[in-house]
Design a protein around this ligand. Structure first.
Ligand SMILES: Cc1ncc(COP(=O)(O)O)c(C=O)c1O
Length: 464
């Protein structure tokens, strides 16, 4: 579709007018929000033209907006809700804990049980340090790696996301030449080197050219949960070369942790990094994160160990580290994931949905494809209209920029709006994450909504 100015496509679209008709309460709130928030928003990925959806309540795999409309939800709390909204055991644990106090300003029993579960489930988690978010986890990961190696640089992969702190901005959505994004100092950007995932020779060359690399960090299934997928063989290569060169390997499992399998992508692929960043499912849908990893690295946070070694301890306060309510939710969620087939069910539902979406694509003769691995799905909107077979689409053979490119296009908004007017909320990839509680009826409703959306987009001339 042409990249028109929003005003143009917004006023000409039946999809947009249906969305407006269905969501007057959201429109009103968006207007109020615009007076207090930049863009009226609190998270960039909730950006939606003509305005964002305002949600009032959620249960299981569904959520309801302020106008009472029901949506099958694939935003999944930005990936935090593998067990769906308000899982009864998670809710009960939170209710019990909140009645006992929200913050003790002290160590507490739940943080110990929570860390023990992480230690038992995640292969690399010899030691655990809780943070308040995934961003804080990768921030501490970088600092630990630098302190441990005495080196300064961070090697990242283009398009991979590791939170929003200063080291993680260039080369994620833009600035692929490594120049600093606005508000970040040049010195920080210069300490980040970028490589292309799956390119072993190129990555080796970057590592050889930069003897000062402290750590390599990667989303182990690929950028944006495999929207631009990574081959497990590339992870094996990284494990080998980082070992050879004394570089700390960090898997950012903020999304994949407890989702791909109870032990995350590292357990699934049998590759153990030196450190792992965790968040989202870790805290059962409440705020929380952790940096976990080798004992000898995390010892840099240890009062006695650093003193004994005569090295400076890394400081790590954080008002909400291991907050008791997050700990209660996290213990409940991780226990269910550890002891049930929740991952298998979510993975199987996602595979089924990818098949149903491709059936709709074939039925509507649209040159798109649904793809993905584990408990997620991505929709390739094929900006260059290449000849593809949706059923055998190989994301590894596709151009990474085309896979991720839909982000900037109006089409993403329209696909989301089309799905919303048909009762489904997906993310802006476009794509989504699956829970273990989506039913077959939810999946079928999603496929019907997708087919109806494709028809609407064809009617509006957005896809031919
Ligand atoms: C792979 C990855 N790393 C880090 C983060 C940052 O986590 P948080 O939003 O908790 O700061 C995210 C968030 O989406 C993520 O997807």
């Amino acid at each position: 579709m042409p990249d028109q100015a929003p005003a143009q496509w917004l006023s000409n679209s039946l999809i947009v007018s249906r969305y407006r008709e269905k969501t007057p309460g959201s429109a009103k709130l968006a207007k109020e929000a615009a007076e207090v928030f930049p863009s009226g928003l609190t998270h960039d990925s909730r950006y939606l033209e003509p305005y964002a959806l305002y949600v009032d309540r959620a249960q299981g795999a569904h959520k309801w907006d302020v106008d009472g409309n029901d949506y099958v939800d694939y935003f999944g709390g930005h990936g935090a809700l593998l067990l769906g909204h308000n899982h009864p055991e998670v809710t009960k644990a939170v209710q019990e804990q909140i009645a006992k106090g929200s913050h003790y300003g002290a160590s507490h029993p739940l943080e110990v049980r929570w860390a023990e579960l992480v230690h038992e489930m995640v292969p690399s988690a010899e030691r655990v340090r809780f943070t308040s978010s995934g961003t804080e986890a990768t921030l501490m990961g970088v600092r630990l790696a630098r302190a441990f190696t005495g080196r300064s640089k961070v090697l990242r992969f283009k398009m991979h996301f590791h939170g929003w702190h200063d080291h993680m901005t260039s080369g994620m959505a833009n600035h692929f030449d490594g120049t600093p994004t606005t508000g970040v100092v040049k010195g920080v950007a210069d300490a980040v080197v970028l490589a292309t995932a799956n390119d072993e020779a190129g990555t080796r060359a970057v590592i050889e050219a930069n003897p000062d690399i402290a750590c390599v960090i990667i989303e182990p299934t690929g950028a944006s949960f495999g929207r631009v997928p990574v081959k497990p063989a590339f992870l094996t290569f990284l494990r080998k070369i980082t070992k050879e060169k004394g570089i700390v390997l960090i898997f950012d499992e903020v999304v994949t942790g407890f989702r791909v399998s109870p032990g995350g992508a590292q357990a699934e692929f049998g590759i153990t990094p030196d450190m792992t960043s965790l968040a989202k499912i870790l805290a059962g849908g409440l705020p929380g994160g952790a940096i976990v990893g080798r004992k000898d690295i995390l010892e840099l946070l240890d009062f006695a160990q650093t003193k004994a070694k005569g090295v400076e301890k890394i400081q790590h306060p954080g008002t909400y580290n291991a907050n008791p309510i997050s700990a209660a939710a996290g213990i409940a969620a991780l226990t269910i994931i550890k002891t049930t087939d929740a991952n298998k069910r979510a993975n199987a539902s996602a595979a089924k949905l990818r098949g149903l979406l491709n059936d709709a694509i074939v039925a509507e003769s649209v040159p798109w494809a649904a793809y993905g691995t584990f408990a997620g799905f991505h929709i390739f909107t094929n900006p260059k209209r290449r000849a593809i077979d949706p059923k055998s689409f190989d994301a590894f053979a596709a151009d990474p920029e085309e896979l991720k490119g839909a982000w900037s296009a109006n089409i993403t908004h329209k696909v989301r709006l089309g799905m919303m007017v048909n009762g489904v909320d997906i993310n802006g990839g476009p794509g989504g994450v699956m829970s273990a509680v989506h039913t077959d009826a939810d999946l079928e409703r999603t496929a019907d909504a997708f087919r109806a959306t494709l028809k609407l987009l064809k009617d509006e001339g957005d896809i031919r």
